[in-house]
Design a protein around this ligand. Sequence first.
Ligand code: PMP
Length: 424
Amino acid sequence: MAEPTDHEQPSLFDRVYADYKEHINPPLARFMKIAGAPVEKRALGCRVWDTDGRSYLDFCGGYGVFTLGHSHPVVVAAVKAQLDRMSLSTRVFFNEQMASLARELAAVAPGDLEISFFSNSGTEAVEAALKMARLSTKRVHIVSTQNAYHGKTMGSLTATGRDVFKDSFQPLVPEFEHVQYGDLAALDRALPGAAAFIVEPIQCEGGVMIPPDRYLRGVRDLCDKHGALFIADEVQTGLGRTGYLWGVDHEGVVPDIMTIAKGLSGGVVPIGATISRRDVWMNAFGKSPLMHTSTFGGNPLACTAGLAALRVLRDERLVERSREMGEYLLAKAMELRARMPDVIADVRGRGLVVGVELVSEGYAGVIIPECLRLGMTAAYTLNQQRVIRLEPPLIVSRAEIDEGMAIFAQGTALAKEKLGKLAS
Ligand code: PMP
């Protein structure tokens, strides 16, 4: 058989797409292709380049992972140096990087949270928190919120509040209950005898839902009243995303257990952490130190990245920047809403997590691919596809926000035109 000519060689996109379709996730591959997703090649700061050399402003930000932007040079250099020394832990020796990161986290975490369990993702951080709560209180019932997102492994999925992700896996973990987010009276009724209440300071995946004022203070009081632990899931809101170091700082509240992941290693190495009060941890694991473990959790590469990321967050004053740029982004999004009330139903946010709620899901399905075509990433929130999240890196500049929002406005106008034509 004749060799295929150059002309007949599949393109790089075709090869990658075929591999996704054959070996990864056929329906997702098709969906991404229809949405116009290219193949990513490299990324720096707020920009990503595809394999054709086109650049995109990254306003999806890995769903909140890239707090420091992509490939922050300080974090990358620290990780490269550590890679030359040792990448994964022996687990039988003490590890300096894990020790230092745990100490630093204790220093910056709210109140008296001081013992860290390290893992590799948000869902693992949540699993550890749920297990710790049950063991620590010797109670089993866990209260969570409707429309919450805590991950997709069995325990965190049970805490998650969206049925489409859960129904096929019933029965899930027993003794979980969901109350309405923001409703303290419902929480008061659910908490007697419960081990814990797990809640996000802002429901990012739920559509960037911001709770009523003083909600988290009320949560703290009710957990104290009923002897239940308060687990703050800061996987997405933590480390400056909301314009505060922690989402709970907005109300000056200290939870008993806090879960962290996305931004913790500056978007360079996967990591998760569950940080708790000493007494909570000791009651759970004081007599059984190997009860909950992770082979890769707290590895030297991830912890080196975490230490460098915390340094950058501090040195570049990114929490303050998140607040300042967040106000600017929100104002721009509100301006757009005022111009297009027939497409945009609501805009809300805190710091650099802004949700744009559209009048129907159909709009998001057109706006996101249009923005991509015009050179900007954006994404749905996982539990509410009518809401597009804007979560640029905390290093984003005013000029980049102007550029991003100009693209978003153009994408929205194009979607309106397209859907208008379809309807007429
Ligand atoms: N908790 C929250 C609040 C999240 O936003 C997410 C991810 N979007 C998770 C947990 C799960 O994190 P992961 O995808 O890393 O498992």
